[in-house]
Design a protein around this ligand. Structure first.
Ligand code: ATP
Length: 348
């Protein structure tokens, strides 16, 4: 059996009178890249800190590989943490910073490799094998982050907790390290639990995402499902742009928005709901429904088109290519919204 399965059972945390983590139930699989995603203050970090043993839940249990660790000290749990601030020692070189991680090793733990081998292996993992002699001030932000990662990995934990570890880096470097982190996780196969408020980051790297809001875990699913089939209006709004309009499913596969009919999936529940249509799922220029182009906004690789469909205002996003060049404001065009581009969400 693979190690590194983490279970949260009815976990609650209060700070003073305020419940910041509210009855969270979650099963993270061994070897999974799992992200906790949500706006600032929703309780992600507190949840991660309880898994790490830095905070004690007010009620509920935390299990790692079936063992109840709720009250165990951080250093006795089979996990390690990478924080946003790397907290490296500037006076030590890269090798010694990583070797420092070994000091936290549990007494009596057995490793057949020498410490030197283990440090070098951890540095190779993060592609810093040739940097062992370098001093911390001689490293870029991205390299420092990788040293912090190596320091956490040198102990060979079953679970690695990462709290916005790329938060301090610029956008380009972040994008590169996201790819590196995801492939590193797949290579070493340990469980990563990653906290972020950046949906792109969560989408790029994760096997599954847990979306949190106001202390509650509101949806747990793979990235594509979170984006295409959000469970609630809040999830739809938080992960990407969305047209959200009140409507009513009037018959199987037909939804009416302000008197205008659109195709909907056969499975859409009858009655009132919030209709979600992602902008990139609206085809503009061809289709069966007439629309007026009210505005065309240039956004580099794409164009945002504000449409009026019989009084219903929709925003479409289409690629900036030879097909979109001819679209002009105030012109009439045809659009298509395919049934599977439409989701009808519960109103609350
Ligand atoms: P961010 O992305 O901004 O870090 P988060 O989702 O990780 O947000 P938490 O850090 O878990 O959120 O905080 C949840 C709430 O609990 C916040 O309102 C925060 O101010 C509060 N909080 C966190 N730690 C403490 C503490 N030690 N004492 C009191 N309140 C706290």
């Amino acid at each position: 059996m693979l190690d590194g399965a983490v279970t949260l059972e009815h976990v609650n945390k209060l700070f003073g009178e305020r419940t910041v983590v509210n009855d969270v139930n979650l099963e993270i699989h061994a070897g999974e890249f799992f992200s906790l995603l949500g706006p600032s203050g929703c309780g992600k970090t507190t949840t991660l800190r309880m898994i790490g043993g830095f905070e004690l839940p007010d009620s509920g249990r935390i299990l790692i590989d079936g063992r109840d660790v709720t009250h165990d000290e951080p250093e006795t749990r089979p996990l390690n943490t990478v924080f946003q601030s790397y907290a490296l020692f500037p006076h030590l070189n890269v090798f010694d910073n990583v070797a420092f991680g070994l000091r936290f090793e549990k007494p009596g733990s057995v490793s057949t490799k020498s410490d030197k081998e283990r440090v070098m292996e951890a540095l190779e993992l993060v592609a810093l094998g040739s940097f062992s002699e370098r001093r911390v001030p001689q490293l870029s932000g991205g390299e420092q982050q990788r040293v912090a990662l190596a320091r956490a990995l040198v102990l060979e934990p079953s679970v690695l907790l990462l709290d916005e570890p790329l938060g301090a880096l610029d956008a380009q470097l972040r994008a590169r390290l996201q790819v590196e982190l995801a492939s590193l996780q797949r290579q070493i196969g340990i469980t990563f639990i990653y906290v972020t408020h950046d949906q792109h980051e969560a989408f790029t790297m994760s096997d599954r995402i847990g979306v949190m809001r106001e202390g509650k875990l509101i949806q747990v699913a793979p990235p594509r499902e979170i984006y295409e089939k959000p469970a609630t209006i809040d999830v739809a709004k938080f992960v990407g742009a969305a047209n959200l309009l009140p409507g009513r499913v009037v018959s199987t596969g037909v939804v009416e928005i302000s008197g205008v009919k659109f195709a909907a999936p056969q499975s859409a529940p009858m009655g009132d709901g919030m209709v979600m249509i992602r902008p990139e799922r609206i085809h503009v220029g061809t289709g069966t429904q007439q629309a007026i182009i009210e505005r065309v906004t240039f956004a580099g690789s794409s164009l945002r088109i504000a449409l009026n469909v019989g009084g219903v205002k929709l925003v479409a996003e289409i690629p900036n290519d030879e097909n979109s060049r001819h679209l002009e404001e105030n012109a009439i065009t045809n659009i298509d919204v395919l049934p599977d581009a439409v989701r009808v969400l519960p109103l609350n």
